[in-house]
Design a protein around this ligand. Sequence first.
Ligand SMILES: Cc1cc2nc3c(=O)[nH]c(=O)nc-3n(C[C@H](O)[C@H](O)[C@H](O)COP(=O)(O)O)c2cc1C
Length: 366
Amino acid sequence: MPSLETTVDGLTLPNPFIIASGPPGTNLRVINRAFREGWGGVIAKTVSLDHKKVINVSPRYAKLKSADNKEVIGWENIELISDRSFEIWLDEFKACKDEFPDRVLIASVMEELNKDAWCEMIERCQDAGVDAFELNFSCPHGLPERKMGAAMGQDPEILEEVCGWVNGVSKIPVWAKMTPNITHIEDPARAALAAGCEGVSAINTIRSVMGVDLDTLRPQPTVEGYSTPGGYSSKAVKPIALRMVMELAQLTRKEFPGKSVSAIGGIETGSDAAQFILLGADTVQVCTGVMKFGYSVVKQMCEELEAFMEKKGFANLEDFRGHSLDYFTTHTDLVNRQAARKASQKTDTDWNGDDFVKQSNELAGG
Ligand SMILES: Cc1cc2nc3c(=O)[nH]c(=O)nc-3n(C[C@H](O)[C@H](O)[C@H](O)COP(=O)(O)O)c2cc1C
């Protein structure tokens, strides 16, 4: 039986499947449920010091369905970070670690551009016993209006400064969660890793507008007749996430060997996970997939990943992590490879192909 156990930045997880920050990790009750269902780790919903500044609206979700209306392919949200108090969260982190001391609980944190605020938040969360941090530099809606989230994550200089503050006080591993709403994801990732983060996570949601209602002529999701661009997730974003994870894995390989990559974006099955691991991911995170299929989906994901490994003869995740990275090249190189293959086939055809068959037939009097 292949083993799904993995150790990342000193944290040992029974499997690489982690609940991504969002509704599936929104309070102690659901986090504990996730551990009971077998998730390898949980990243709680993003917290900040002052929850009173976080005011959500509804509706805050909009869905893109398949043509037969049966399947959700894309999911837009304009949900903010947690609107629950920081003090309650600290109690819940402690209670969770009391019940699951051996499981990996990661605090997702976000603050304004203020060193004292970041340091206070980090120190208090680590005192509560969390195992690692994920810095949310990537929420694409609402928070950027307060210069938080993606507003920081799009600016490598600010990001390096904030990561420096965090790493100055954090005694546990720190992952920086990257925004996909940028041309070159390597630039902010490089800044975060250079500032001492142990790893990067990607992707957060992609800035989007779900649609326009053709009866009311109002954009969706519609709140009091108006909308604002939100974050796109689910199956539809997987190809973009794969590309960005591939770029991050190549960056760490070349410039930061030993740093980790946590993949996120449209992961719903063990096969999805296998693809991200083949492109260099150390762990895989799931958010919308849990909202669509429930916490128990992790069991099927583990089974599918094990079945893939068994079929391919991989004993553990290390056996295939990053394997497919070697097969990316430039377009020019693809052209050259194809030309070379065609040239060699032409020779083969001259020698063995149709002409040869025709000649044989002629010789045989056919
Ligand atoms: C409703 C919703 C709320 C989210 N809230 C957060 C959040 O508080 N912090 C965060 O870092 N990411 C948040 N995310 C982003 C997810 O963690 C994840 O990066 C993204 O949805 C892509 O993964 P998925 O396709 O598995 O959902 C949220 C996503 C959704 C759909």
